[in-house]
Design a protein around this ligand. Structure first.
Ligand code: MN
Length: 287
């Protein structure tokens, strides 16, 4: 078993350049993780930031994790939540929710982070939307640094955040070789946000996804200097997904129905209090 390294795709979200590590043609999911955008850095002012206007989601949970700066989250549940580095915004879409990511009115400076989606399993994907903010998360020490557990359990340390299937998400910031015990039923992905880390003899840097198949009892990570790396893992997702735009569905017809509901503004995705415009794209090509 050796690490598989895939280059991320460059994309634009609002005014921000992102490095999209998931999904790629070669690698659609890692456990329930189905989307991973390393965004920024972008220079924010009090009135301009990520500036992602109201847009819909269904069938997934979104994780917003910042490494620099501040962002203001608004959603159709009425949540208005400032987020800063070390804090977790976790939005559960279920049958439908909408949200925006905005400037804070006060923060000026660089904004950088990662936006992740977790596919919801059949049992919860048509359920109620929800939003959680975790201002403090469990942290444990690593040689020359520490690990923050965003979701799930790593090295026996458990996050309080909601998950709907067996998985883990953590941020490691450290500068010395570390061996992490992991669940051998999980596959894992590594996304470096800053610096470089050697795994299985390969150097992993920003703009790439490192994939590790199930069966490992531990991960040996050897930083080259100081590194900031996300560890994403989970049991390989058992349900086939159809992902189109901001929807995670099971069929094209479901995705089309979701998008018709958004275009019609029929209430399924609620309303976001926002000064930004609703994001509108055309129907999918098959519709
Ligand atoms: Mn979103």
């Amino acid at each position: 078993m050796t690490i598989e390294i895939t280059a991320s795709a460059l994309a634009r979200v609002g005014d921000v350049t992102v490095r999209r590590a998931l999904p790629r043609r070669q690698r659609r999911t890692i456990g329930a993780w189905c989307f991973a955008d390393h965004m920024g850095p972008v220079e924010a002012t009090p009135t301009h930031g990520l500036d992602v206007g109201p847009h819909p989601h269904c069938g997934l949970q979104t994780v917003t994790w910042l490494t620099q700066g501040e962002v203001l989250h608004h959603d159709s549940l009425g949540s208005v939540q400032l987020i800063a580095p070390g804090q977790l915004n976790l939005m559960t879409a279920g049958r439908g929710v909408s949200h925006s990511e905005e400037a804070t009115g006060s923060y000026a400076g660089p904004v950088e982070g990662i936006q992740l989606w977790m596919a919801q399993p059949e049992a919860t994907r048509n359920g109620d939307p929800a939003f959680e903010h975790h201002g403090e998360l469990p942290v444990f020490g690593l040689p020359g640094g520490n690990a923050t557990v965003l979701v799930g359990t790593l090295a026996g340390v458990e996050s309080p955040a909601r998950i709907d299937s067996p998985m883990v998400g953590a941020e490691l910031v450290f500068d010395s070789p570390s061996t992490l015990p992991v669940d051998p039923t999980f596959e894992h992905g590594l996304i470096v946000l800053d610096g470089a880390v050697v795994v299985d003899g390969e150097s992993l840097t920003p703009g790439h996804l490192g994939y590790l198949e199930p069966g490992r009892e531990e991960l040996l990570l050897e930083p080259e200097g100081s590194v900031r790396v996300m560890v994403l893992g989970g049991v390989p997702f058992p349900e086939p997904l159809v992902m189109w735009w901001n929807y995670v569905a099971r069929t094209r017809a479901e995705a089309t129905a979701a998008h018709r509901a958004w275009l019609a503004d029929d209430g399924r995705f609620g309303t976001v209090e926002s000064t930004l415009e609703r994001v509108i794209v055309d129907l999918p090509p098959w519709a």
